[in-house]
Design a protein around this ligand. Structure first.
Ligand code: ADP
Ligand code: ZN
Length: 440
């Protein structure tokens, strides 16, 4: 196999410590961490109290591990201090506010200074250059524009590298297809669920994305998806799919991103200090162990967050990436700790089910998990149109295959309902995969 090309033009965003030795990176992290801690101690009463309670003096930080003495910042803390309670700059330094998309609970507001916007755009520029996007590319941005960071931050970064950006936003599939054809779109930024829906819309119109479109790559993020889904999307469109991770609390997309080797996402450690913790006990885990990602922003000005619990379950991949970058990688996000559900006493992440479904021939693009009781789960699966040809035998075989494979993976036998393509609702933003109708 030919090694993916590593693109490293001598541009200013590249010099922002992307290629840096391990020790230099640690020194840089400590320098920025100290600055950040001093800033919040002086300007944010919430953190001032936290430091005093922990007996930690920000003038006396000796190592990165010193922050382990501080308790975690949670999304509840953000909500309790909504909207400006955690500001570390004066209000007139704030040039933008974003809120999280509110997948779970009430919205959280994150403020940006001019420099915060510049930093996030620069990080995205780094990600794009790393994966080969630049001048001459036409990037159709199908994420939601507005309060959500996904689209706007990508937009700024893509303009920085000189790509032509089509600010399409999500939905209106007919128009998306038209834009892709008229402008010769080469790159799409899209949620995994919408990319699957778009694929089926293209198929229905008799358009083969591999031949009839000009696409080369896609950046997929904002929600968990499995390796099987990536492979499926790559095959349908004939493109490279790169995993992109970020969250509003850490300035949006561009926190961690896959390089050409597509083997975990490089977490930009010169901007974020990462820890993996046991979500039950809060204990910090070793590299390679799976747990909840906790992030400390090192360079945010307006609203730095210290030891923020992301609720995302992942692990640090041990060993150095073949591309040579020293920034450690995180594995594909398994799910959010609050997405996990329990059925028959077993912990299940929706993504485990998706991984199984997307590897089965005949399964189409959309599915839904229905929870009606604590002992059973039903999975509604859309399957290929051709399978509804009147041959009941084939349908029964597929149903059995799905049941057996899901049971082998999650150890609970599901009830499988097969549906025609288009039967399940499609969401324009993040997909809602689990319908939990259980009452306590
Ligand atoms: P929320 O969805 O919490 O309202 P955001 O819109 O900021 O807020 O979304 C950030 C969240 O989206 C992350 O914490 C993570 O759960 C999810 N996410 C983002 N990118 C990915 C990705 N590549 N894989 C899995 N999950 C992702
Ligand atoms: Zn790499």
């Amino acid at each position: 196999m030919k090694a993916p090309e590593i693109i490293r033009p001598d541009s200013y965003w590249q010099k922002q410590d992307e290629i840096i030795g391990k020790e230099a990176l640690a020194t840089l992290q400590l320098e920025h961490l100290t600055k950040s801690l001093r800033r919040v101690y002086s300007n944010v009463p919430f953190y001032h109290t936290r430091f005093d309670e922990a007996g930690l003096d920000p003038e006396n930080i000796k190592s990165l591990e010193d922050i382990r003495r501080l308790s975690f910042t949670t999304s509840d803390d953000l909500r309790a201090n909504y909207p400006f309670g955690l500001l570390a700059v004066s209000k007139d330094e704030v040039v933008r506010v974003h809120t999280s998309s509110g997948t779970t609970g009430r919205a959280k507001a994150i403020c940006f200074s001019k420099n915060d916007i510049e930093c996030s755009a620069t990080l995205i520029a780094r990600c794009l250059v790393m994966t080969g996007t630049g001048k001459g590319d036409i990037l159709q941005n199908m994420m939601t524009y507005g309060l959500f960071t996904g689209a706007l931050i990508m937009h700024y970064g893509a303009e920085k590298v000189g790509a032509l950006v089509i600010p399409a936003g999500p939905g209106n599939t007919e128009r998306q297809i038209q834009l892709m054809r008229d402008f010769g779109t080469t790159v799409i930024h899209i949620t995994p669920s919408y990319s699957l829906y778009l694929a089926s819309a293209l198929q229905q119109k008799g358009i083969d994305p591999r031949k009839d479109l000009n696409l080369r790559r896609a950046y997929l993020g904002a929600e968990p998806y499995s390796e099987e889904t990536r492979k499926k999307i790559e095959a349908i469109y004939g493109i490279d799919v790169y995993n992109s991770y970020g969250l509003t609390e850490m300035s949006g997309p561009g926190v961690a991103f896959e390089c050409g080797y597509k083997n975990g996402m490089h977490l930009w450690e010169d901007h974020f200090f990462a820890e993996i913790i046991d979500p039950e006990t809060g204990e910090v885990l070793e590299d390679g162990q799976e747990g909840e990602l906790v992030l400390t922003s090192l360079r945010r000005e307006a609203m730095p967050l210290i030891r923020y619990r992301t609720r995302d379950i992942t692990k640090i991949i041990t060993g150095v990436c073949e591309c040579g970058r020293t920034h450690r990688r995180i594995s594909r996000i398994l799910g959010r700790s609050d997405d996990m559900f329990v059925v028959k006493g077993v912990n299940v992440f929706p993504q485990q089910i998706e991984q199984v479904l997307m590897g089965i021939k005949g399964v189409a693009q959309n599915y839904q998990i229905l929870l009606e009781s604590y002992d059973h789960l039903t999975i509604r699966v859309e399957i290929a149109k051709e399978l509804f040809d009147g041959n009941i035998e084939h349908l029964l075989q597929l149903q059995t295959e799905i049941t057996d494979k899901v049971r082998a993976d999650i150890l609970v036998k599901p009830k499988i309902e097969l549906l025609e393509p288009g039967a399940l609702p499609v969401s324009e933003g993040k997909a809602k995969r689990v319908i939990d109708n259980r009452t306590m």
